[in-house]
Design a protein around this ligand. Structure first.
Ligand SMILES: Cc1ncc(COP(=O)(O)O)c(C=O)c1O
Length: 394
């Protein structure tokens, strides 16, 4: 390892545990380090690089926009932002969009929106937010308070008041937590950082029904599951329901920072001028990148391919589970957001893959997460599977 790691060790905050590699170049599903070694990427910047690294259409959209206009502030209109909002609205349940810069900011805006919507429509006191144990929604105070993993809270308390956490897929617990004081229920359709745990159809349907009954907003955090990751543009389509508020980030701009909150007019109108804002949110360059990403993801056949490749990966992983029952338990997830459920420490598998130059993540000790770029090929899926087989056999 060369100069970059040495510099980073000297000057950067030590809040990340990093793999011992510095990347200098990426193309498609491949990355290259300082020494020119090639890596196969089944991490994709943790489900960010939806079209792979430096996809031509995204890079040229960024270049063209960068030469025209970088930033003007949300005191003014810009074309990429308005066009992107139109595309998101035309392809979802929503009627309007608020743009920000990251996942945590999207969640933060959604939580503030829920409290303000309830305040304006139902008066003070309707402030409770129901979230899931083992969920992850980001690191800002609101998002952290929604996050149902106490290890992330340590040393940061007191959190934002009036958050309640219930176990995922526990319908009875959800029923007893949601009442007239609830202004929102926030859910990830698949708990990504929680180890790729899909919510059941029954749980999602109950959440939808309860929110309607008590006049609360159903917020879906699709920061990890959105933009084609599950083989649908949005994972809520898999459940046949619509949320009231949808949070997006990660894959939206294919590698540039961009977050979005989508809602119907009646809901998003609670954010009146001055009530919430972002200096950089929806900047023209990120929005131009996102337009290029969505054009590709929405093109004919693209999402069909994601589903087929997701099935190929799932089948291959299931064969490994059959072959190595003492080391593996099963497969969880949807589309190209999958986890191999392990009996051995998933972190060790992840390290072993890394030493063979394949990038993956292990969000939990029993979950090796696979989130390749959506343009991954069948050959690359086979390469991952055969490397996994070789590691598991040894
Ligand atoms: C479901 C979910 N919500 C929110 C976030 C936070 O996003 P960001 O890191 O962009 O703030 C993440 C990041 O992993 C996520 O997976």
């Amino acid at each position: 390892m060369g100069v970059v790691k040495d510099l980073g060790e000297l000057y950067l905050a030590r809040n990340y545990k990093r793999f011992p590699v510095a990347f200098v170049k990426g193309k498609g599903t491949r990355l290259w380090d300082e020494e020119g070694r090639e890596y196969l990427d089944f991490c994709a910047g943790i489900a960010v690089c939806a079209l792979g690294h430096c996809p031509e259409e995204v890079v040229s959209a960024i270049k063209a926009q960068a030469e025209k206009l970088l930033h003007v502030s949300n005191l003014y209109w810009t074309e990429p932002q308005a066009r992107l909002a139109q595309i998101l609205v035309e392809n979802s349940f929503a009627e309007r969009v608020f743009f920000c810069n990251s996942g945590a900011e999207a969640v933060e805006a959604a939580l503030k929106l829920a409290r303000r919507w309830a305040y304006l429509n139902h008066g003070p006191g309707k402030t409770r937010i129901v979230a899931l144990e083992n969920s992850f929604h980001g690191r800002t105070y609101g998002a952290l308070s929604a996050t149902g993993q106490p290890t992330y809270w340590e040393g940061f308390e007191p959190l934002v008041p009036d958050f309640v956490h219930v176990p995922a897929n526990d319908v009875a617990a959800l029923r007893s937590a949601v009442d007239e004081r609830t202004c929102a229920v926030i859910l990830e359709p698949i708990l990504g950082e929680g180890g790729v745990i899909p919510l059941t159809q029954e749980f999602m349907a109950e959440a939808r029904k309860l929110c309607k009954e008590v006049k609360a907003l159903l917020i879906l955090d699709e920061i990890q599951t959105g933009i084609g990751r599950t083989g649908r543009l949005f994972a809520y389509e898999l459940y046949g329901i619509s949320p009231d508020v949808l949070c997006l980030a990660k894959g939206l701009a294919g590698g540039l920072p961009l977050g979005a909150v989508l809602a119907r007019e009646e809901v998003l109108s609670a954010l009146t001028p001055g009530s919430h804002a972002s200096t950089f949110g929806g900047n023209p360059v990120s929005c131009a990148a996102a337009l290029a990403v969505l054009e590709k993801v929405l093109s004919t056949g693209f999402l069909d391919e994601v589903r087929l490749k997701g099935e190929a990966l799932r089948k291959g992983l299931l064969l490994l589970v059959e072959e190595f029952p003492q080391k593996l338990k099963g497969v969880r997830g949807a589309g190209l957001l999958l986890a191999l459920e392990t009996r051995i420490p998933a972190g060790e598998l992840c390290e072993a893959l890394f030493s063979r130059r394949i990038l993956t993540t292990a969000p939990k000790p029993d979950a090796l997460r696979l989130t390749p770029p959506l343009i991954v090929t069948y050959r690359e899926i086979d390469a991952l599977l055969s490397t996994l087989r070789e590691i598991l056999s040894s």
